[in-house]
Design a protein around this ligand. Structure first.
Ligand SMILES: Nc1ncnc2c1ncn2[C@@H]1O[C@H](COP(=O)(O)OP(=O)(O)O)[C@@H](O)[C@H]1O
Ligand SMILES: Nc1ncnc2c1ncn2[C@H]1C[C@H](O)[C@@H](COP(=O)(O)O)O1
Length: 228
């Protein structure tokens, strides 16, 4: 899509050029695919997670308690660097997964499963709060929360075929799925737009993402009004 078409779409729906839109949801739900499709429509930059060059991820899946703390600190540092990059550019980003999911879902799950010690969990939480829960940390304009049935999501994880995820017991994905549902119902760091994965089809009909943009714009507008 050309830059001109991008700016026409932003103008048509009233998406500010400096908006930061973050995409949340459990593993395999379709965040990365949606991030790229939405950024392509809006002409925004993407902020993506480090998966292939991640030094801890596959070791983490092999031994959660040995590598859980390392992985959480790694992701926190990566997402914080990305936050700075988005700030330096003055926004205009779609971000694949929010920083809030690391602490609210993954670190907490590790601790509650007995895969992170109380000391490590406290250290991680204090680090997160010192870095993120301050007035200086710009929260995104909106969190687009992707949701779908557990079976559909597991099918996508299988279809994607990352070996480390294929070897992980289904209980892990089930626990994560339940935690996501609970977490989103009390999330309040920024406005949320819930989107069911059956509402669009990025693979065969990328333009179907446009139908969601008007709802995104409304959330951003209302969020910015209340922040004034
Ligand atoms: N709207 C969609 N329709 C069909 N398949 C999809 C859709 N979105 C994503 N997928 C597929 O599902 C798998 C997981 O998607 P991905 O975007 O990597 O998820 P996430 O980033 O949430 O882990 C990939 O194989 C991807 O091609
Ligand atoms: N904070 C995290 N803790 C554990 N695992 C994580 C965390 N953030 C991402 N991950 C994993 C989950 C997936 O295997 C890859 C990429 O995430 P995806 O949802 O597929 O984009 O990293």
């Amino acid at each position: 899509m050309s830059r001109f078409q991008n700016s026409q779409i932003r103008e048509k729906y009233g998406i500010p050029n400096n908006a930061v839109i973050t995409i949340g949801g459990t593993v395999g739900v379709g965040k990365s695919t949606f991030t790229h499709a939405l950024a392509d429509q809006l002409g925004f930059r993407v902020s993506v997670e480090k998966v292939d060059n991640n030094p801890y991820l596959s070791r983490y899946y092999g031994d959660l308690s040995r590598w859980g703390f390392h992985l959480q600190v790694f992701f926190l540092a990566e997402r914080f660097k990305e936050q700075k990059r988005m700030f330096d550019y003055g926004g205009g980003f779609v971000q694949d997964r929010s920083i809030y999911e690391d602490t609210g879902i993954f670190a907490r799950m590790l601790y509650e499963q007995g895969n992170m010690t109380e000391e490590d969990y406290r250290t991680y939480t204090e680090l997160f709060e010192a870095m993120v829960m301050t007035p200086y940390f710009p929260h995104p304009d909106v969190l687009i929360y992707l949701e779908g049935s557990f079976d559909d999501i597991i099918d996508r994880v299988k279809e994607r075929g990352r070996p480390m995820e294929q070897q992980t017991p289904v209980d892990y994905w089930q626990d994560l799925f339940g935690r996501y549902e609970k977490w989103i119902s009390s999330f309040n760091a920024c406005p949320i737009l819930r989107v069911n994965i059956n509402e669009y089809d990025v693979v065969d009909d990328p333009a179907s993402v446009e139908s969601i943009i008007a709802r995104v714009a409304e959330k951003i507008r209302l969020g910015r009004e209340t922040r004034l």
